[in-house]
Ligand binder design. Structure first.
Ligand SMILES: [Zn+2]
Length: 113
């Protein structure tokens, strides 16, 4: 039910922005989601469809832009995109630690009318 809360706050932000811009309708919301976040696109869309009913955002499309997670090697400092398996540094084989890259969830842009 994690998606419920994030979808609600995302919708609130989008509506605020649209209101400020004097929009009559939100056509599309482009979201950035980090690969490490546990948010599931389909759930966000499902909650969004329910919550946006009767608002400026009703019927808006959601576009998801997934950001690859980046790790930093504890041994040599190398920053690398997380390999499909494990977290090992491609340079020295050391243990990679998560960075902030990959935990994103925010609105990149809105398309309004
Ligand atoms: Zn390394």
């Amino acid at each position: 039910m994690h998606e419920y809360a994030v979808t609600q706050s995302m919708l609130n932000i989008a509506l605020e922005e649209a209101k400020r811009a004097g929009a009559s309708k939100i056509l599309e919301i482009r979201l950035v989601i980090g690969d490490l976040s546990t948010i599931i696109d389909d759930s966000v869309q499902m909650y969004f469809d329910i919550m946006s009913e009767g608002t400026l955002a009703q019927g808006a499309r959601l576009a998801f832009n997934r950001v690859k997670a980046e790790f930093k090697c504890r041994e040599c400092g190398e920053v690398f995109v997380k390999p499909p398996k494990g977290f090992d540094c491609p340079k020295c084989g050391g243990l990679g630690m998560p960075t902030d890259r990959g935990k994103e969830f925010y609105i990149e842009s809105l398309e309004i009318d």
